[in-house]
Design a binder for this molecule. Structure first.
Ligand SMILES: CC(C)(COP(=O)(O)OP(=O)(O)OC[C@H]1O[C@@H](n2cnc3c(N)ncnc32)[C@H](O)[C@@H]1OP(=O)(O)O)[C@@H](O)C(=O)NCCC(=O)NCCS
Length: 209
């Protein structure tokens, strides 16, 4: 299975994997609770995505010499480690699944396939000031969407609006850093720095609290 692993620093790492069918043995590392969750996913492709994302976490953890603790989801859908150590975030998109782990800080990761149609739904997730600086370019819009997804996952709570609560500073399509803040929530004025990468047809972003 093809994997790209990146050790960000001594506390954090991410891994991206191509989604492929797994052998049963590939998933032996999952906790009992995770094996139950896996067995309850009825759609075969969803099951593959879910499992590949957990294999990506395992790869990121191995880079940091951290044993796989097993993860559970809270009421918002955010994953937490079973032993209470560290922070994780997951994403899947067309053909790829990825995960980021940090020993001490909440993290968020997102991957999105670039689609032309995102230009038509900008008004739903963008503030007027963001619509002003974004070029009518699907990559630029997807970067904005993905940065907001990463921030959303990092903070973890449902009810945070992409358009009203997450505000991006102007950035160019080629920038590798997107600055943003959360406003009008309990975490008002928390500032985020989102790392951004563009592969030909897929955008990857991640942020560390
Ligand atoms: C839940 C949500 C974050 C999932 O993102 P997505 O791009 O559809 O899918 P991804 O594959 O990138 O991410 C899925 C992962 O997000 C994680 N996730 C779900 N809810 C989460 C939350 N509240 N916090 C952190 N992570 C969360 C899960 O780990 C999930 O993976 P899993 O099912 O394998 O465990 C997203 O759909 C969402 O609800 N966003 C906020 C709603 C919103 O404001 N939308 C825009 C309005 S225009």
């Amino acid at each position: 299975m093809q994997t790209k692993i990146e050790k960000i620093d001594s506390s954090s790492a991410l891994a991206i994997k191509i989604i492929e069918p797994q052998e049963v043995d590939d998933l032996d590392f999952l906790s009992f609770r995770e094996k139950l969750s896996y067995a309850n996913i009825s759609h075969p492709e969803k099951r593959m995505e879910w499992a590949t994302a957990r294999m990506a976490i395992k790869d990121a953890l191995e880079t940091l010499h951290v044993p796989y603790p097993g993860f559970f989801k809270d009421e918002h859908g955010k994953s937490h480690s079973m032993n209470g150590n560290g922070y994780v975030s997951l994403s899947h998109t067309e053909g790829l699944a990825g995960a980021i782990y940090h020993r001490d800080s909440p993290v968020g990761i997102d991957m999105d396939f670039v689609r032309e149609k995102i230009l038509k739904i900008g008004f739903r997730f963008l503030d007027p000031s963001e619509l002003d600086f974004l070029e009518k370019d699907p990559v630029h819009y997807t970067l904005a969407w993905s940065a907001k997804e990463s921030i959303f996952k990092c903070q973890g709570r449902r009810g945070v609006s992409f358009r009203d609560n997450i505000l991006l500073e102007p950035f160019a399509p080629g920038d590798s850093l997107i600055k943003a803040k959360i406003r009008n929530t309990d975490f008002s004025n928390h500032h985020y720095e989102v790392q951004a990468r563009v592969f030909p047809d897929t955008v990857l972003t991640y942020t560390i609290w």
